[in-house]
Design a protein around this ligand. Structure first.
Ligand SMILES: Cc1ncc(COP(=O)(O)O)c(C=O)c1O
Length: 345
């Protein structure tokens, strides 16, 4: 069957233009720092993110974990939101790679409150507690439903981080969606953080890769750590060319993906067995729960009719829009969802 795949924006495939850019990429050995396409991408990203330097890494997890590791010591802790990706979906790597514990703080749809963060910071004199070292935000917030941090909230959280001497990190896997939603330049968000990790292979459509940014000294160490954990690669320019193409061609079009999510949310949120916080559908995700049918059965009914959706946290389902689905397919997805929901009523 030709499925409409709305499980994630990671299912996007490189477009023809992107493949051509990859084919034509000038390459060199990146372990020697001799790949001109990688070097240019890193410089470009440092510029647009408002940081001194940047480094191409293999994945979002690798990016986040390098940033956490190099800004902490074993026995430290990271404050993060209780639904955050680093807490749930990074295989316990903060403990495994860096000897860190995570201190999850509940936010509202993933968005942290400064006073809750401040209350979670350990007293400096408490030698018997982990030492709070990093405050990590996720923007947009995946399990929160693609929610966006208002700019004043980031500033207020930065003030908390500064006041307590915490490193301020952004898991910006989908920060591009946040910038498009907020109608601002990327650096208005990213420059507020000490380090950022941003994914090229989600809604931007590159096949592989994330990019981290921060100070020159940090990136120098990150280059070393990336190699140590097996992320040093050779003619990486082929992938960097896809990333560069994504940055130059696929950011502003994310607005379309947001529109597609809104079409789906508008079509289903009034069904009585759907729970969906309509005002929280801001970017390319629609997270909802359905009563009267187990999640697995609802997902299977969708699959049987040609629509793939995924789960979020237990009791919640997730639809993610992206560039590889057309508006026509979105309308078809709406028809499928409606037909299933009407069958339940
Ligand atoms: C918010 C967030 N951070 C990090 C990642 C990790 O990215 P990757 O799968 O490239 O390691 C993801 C992946 O979905 C994500 O949603």
């Amino acid at each position: 069957m030709n499925y409409i795949d709305l499980r994630s924006d990671t299912v996007t495939k490189p477009s023809e233009g992107m493949r051509k850019a990859m084919y034509n990429a000038e390459v060199g050995d990146d372990v020697y720092k001799e790949d001109p396409t990688v070097n240019a991408l890193e410089e470009y990203f440092a510029h647009i993110s408002g940081h001194e330097a940047a480094l191409f890494v293999m994945s979002g997890v690798m990016g986040n974990q390098i940033c956490l590791n190099l800004n902490s010591r074993p026995m430290d802790e990271v404050i993060c939101e209780s639904d955050s990706h680093i807490f749930h979906y990074e295989s316990g790597t903060p403990a495994f790679l860096s000897g860190l514990t995570l201190n999850p703080v509940k936010g509202e749809f993933g968005i942290l409150e400064p006073r809750h963060v401040e209350a979670a910071i350990r007293p400096r004199e408490a030698y018997y507690m982990p030492r709070t070292r990093i405050l990590s935000l996720e923007n947009t917030h995946n399990r929160g439903g693609g929610t966006v941090y208002p700019s004043e909230r980031i500033t207020a959280l930065k003030q908390v981080a500064d006041k307590h001497g915490l490193h301020f990190h952004l898991d910006g896997a989908r920060v591009w969606n946040a910038a498009v939603y907020s109608g601002c330049e990327l650096k208005e968000i990213t420059a507020q953080f000490d380090t950022v990790s941003c994914c090229l292979s989600k809604g931007l459509g590159a096949p592989v890769g994330s990019i981290i940014a921060g100070s020159k000294d940090f990136i120098k160490e990150a280059f070393r750590l990336r190699k140590a954990i097996g992320g040093g690669t050779r003619q990486l320019g082929i992938l960097a060319a896809a990333g560069r193409y994504a940055l130059e061609n696929n950011i502003t079009r994310l607005a379309e993906d947001h529109e597609k999510a809104a079409i789906i949310a508008d079509a289903i949120y009034e069904y009585h067995n759907i729970h969906l916080e309509r005002t929280r559908i801001q970017t390319n995700m629609v997270i909802f729960s359905v009563t009267g049918i187990p999640d697995a059965d609802f997902t299977q009914k969708c699959r049987d009719k040609g629509l793939l959706i995924s789960g979020s946290k237990p009791g919640e389902l997730r639809i993610v829009t992206h560039m590889d689905v057309t508006f026509e397919q979105i309308n078809k997805a709406v028809e499928i969802l409606r037909s299933i929901l009407e069958g339940l009523n």
